[in-house]
Design a binder for this molecule. Structure first.
Ligand code: ACO
Length: 428
């Protein structure tokens, strides 16, 4: 007989089935818990809650394993490219040559954004954080493509929405940057690859042609692959939760961008570089900052350290650390902040506080240094994360929609006042 969990409540025993995943991950299926017992579970931050069964990404935080559709992240980062990985995540299998060519061509067909959308950019203040701009403009795509409003409107329409998103998102992101520096926007060039095109839209000027450096393209492509999916993290769960109400894909992705923005999630890459700069400006002594991070009365945390699920090492951080060295060496850049980052990692990894709590550098710890070497300004770092995460969000939304998952609606335990009578304002 398959394994069951037994819950004893008020002297009664209830049996709950156990669900076992491909990699022997186990969950107690409590779908009928409330109906049978009247109880709910309480799990702040969903630390122990499986929100879905998914066949997209496997992650083992204890062993430091990350696989997309079964393929190890190390192999994908080394041998694949971002567009192929996007195809894999969204469609479940690696593409044939023809499938990949068709997929890339379809994306190239849709890189322009509607001219009327350009006017949105001039309405944002130039000091606007680009994540706010990207999230707003992504949501606004739904107003230009009303056929996307019904997510069940036929596979072709849904595929077109996914293609449009993948195609337009880099344009939306690069234009947010151009707008923030008061430069004219650069239109996409479809003869260029996905990453080359993005870099060209970021850095090309009417006065100067931008020379695309293959080292930079390769490193950015790798970074995007490493960010492409990470199962049920905060922003992905947000995309699924928004999408579970059958909200359209554009607005569900815009919700994901917003969730990613926070410093405890994708916003950490910007925070890491700001922290390292602060340490450098402060003279570079690490002891003070490590002590602050350990002090419970001090809100300071070592940004880029710790992870909700990785308790051994973050496999993406290992790859990025190497890519970071490669890029800086090839571009001949000496960034003093990289030296501080390496020392900080060494100090923290040998400090009892961090060892005990299994706090290791995460994906964001080194990515900011690479972005900076590429000339990307720090408030665009999280936008780059969003460009990378987009195929994962789309794949998760598609899976949730195909599985006809019910609307997400957690419960709560109410601890407010008991019922009381309204008192007129004159008597209070
Ligand atoms: N610096 C100092 N102490 C830390 C840090 C840190 N970066 N991270 C966790 N801790 C401590 C906590 O104070 C807590 O200590 P305690 O047990 O004595 O109270 C313990 O380690 C556990 O921390 P939690 O916050 O409970 O862990 P949780 O899983 O909820 O949070 C998180 C994970 C948000 C990533 C956290 O480690 C953090 O804030 N890190 C810094 C921000 C960051 O780098 N975020 C990016 C994450 S990766 C990503 O989203 C792409």
């Amino acid at each position: 007989m398959s394994e069951q969990a037994e819950i004893i409540l008020g002297g009664e025993s209830y049996k709950m089935p156990v669900v076992v995943g491909t990699e022997n991950e186990k969950a107690i299926d409590i779908n009928n818990l409330r109906a049978e017992t009247g109880y709910i579970t309480l799990d702040s931050g969903y630390k122990n809650t499986g929100a879905t069964v998914s066949s997209i990404t496997f992650l083992d935080g204890e062993e430091g394993i990350l696989r997309y559709r079964g393929y190890p992240i190390e192999q994908l980062a080394e041998r694949s490219d971002f567009i192929e990985v996007a195809y894999l995540l969204i469609n479940g299998e690696l593409p044939t040559k023809k499938q990949l060519d068709d997929f890339s061509e379809a994306i190239k067909m849709h890189t322009l954004i509607h001219e009327d959308m350009r006017r949105f950019y001039s309405a944002f203040p130039t000091f606007a954080h680009p994540m706010g701009v990207v999230s707003s403009v992504t949501c606004a795509l739904s107003t230009f493509y009303p056929e996307s409003l019904n997510p069940h409107r036929g596979e072709d329409k849904v595929n077109l929405t996914m293609t449009r998103l993948l195609a337009k998102f880099p344009t939306i992101a690069a234009w947010a940057y151009k707008n923030s520096i008061g430069h004219p926007v650069v239109y996409p060039k479809n003869k260029l690859g996905y990453v080359d095109n993005f870099l060209n839209m970021m850095f090309s000027m009417p006065t100067d042609e931008y020379e695309i450096d293959p080292v930079v393209v390769n490193a950015l492509d790798k970074l995007l692959i490493l960010h492409a999916d990470h199962e049920q993290n905060c922003s992905t769960s947000t995309v699924r939760l928004a999408g579970s109400s059958q909200a359209n894909l554009y607005s569900s992705i815009a919700a994901g961008v917003t969730a990613l923005w926070g410093p405890l999630h994708g916003g950490a890459n910007q925070e890491v570089i700001e922290m390292l700069d602060r340490i450098r400006e402060d003279g570079g002594s690490l002891d003070k900052w490590v002590a602050k991070a350990k002090d419970k009365n001090d809100p300071f945390r070592l940004m880029g350290f710790g992870h909700r699920v990785y308790k051994n090492f973050d496999p993406r951080a290992k790859i990025i650390k190497k890519a970071c060295d490669d890029v800086l060496n090839r571009l001949g850049i000496k960034d003093p902040v990289l030296e501080i980052a390496k020392k900080l990692e060494e100090v923290a990894l040998n400090d009892e506080y961090f060892v005990e709590r299994k706090l290791y550098p995460n994906v964001d710890f080194y990515s900011g240094i690479i972005y900076r070497a590429m000339g990307i300004p720090k408030d665009m770092f999280t936008v780059l994360f969003a460009v990378g995460r987009l195929p994962g969000w789309i794949a998760q939304w598609k899976e949730m929609t195909a599985n006809k998952e019910p609307i997400g609606r957690p419960r709560q335990i109410y601890v407010g006042p008991k019922v009381r009578d309204y008192v007129n304002i004159a008597d209070r």
